[in-house]
Ligand binder design. Structure first.
Ligand SMILES: [Zn+2]
Length: 66
């Protein structure tokens, strides 16, 4: 409830189509999404932030962040 999301760029909501890695804006739980964002299994939050590493269009070889 007391969230200060200052990143309008990477914030998505449950039900939105998305692909990549996202983190729950409430508890920070990370998920990998292929189609649509679910509700957070940990806190049932519905706000997701795009994982920073997922924004790299061409990740360098050998740098596989998990
Ligand atoms: Zn959560």
């Amino acid at each position: 409830m007391s969230i200060a999301v200052a990143a309008p760029n990477g914030t998505l909501r449950t039900g939105q189509a998305a692909r990549g890695e996202f983190r729950c804006a409430d508890c920070g739980y990370g998920v990998t999404i292929r189609r649509t964002l679910p509700a957070c299994p940990m806190c049932r939050g519905e706000d997701w932030e795009a994982w920073p590493t997922a924004r790299a269009s061409a990740p360098p070889l050998g740098l596989s962040v998990r």
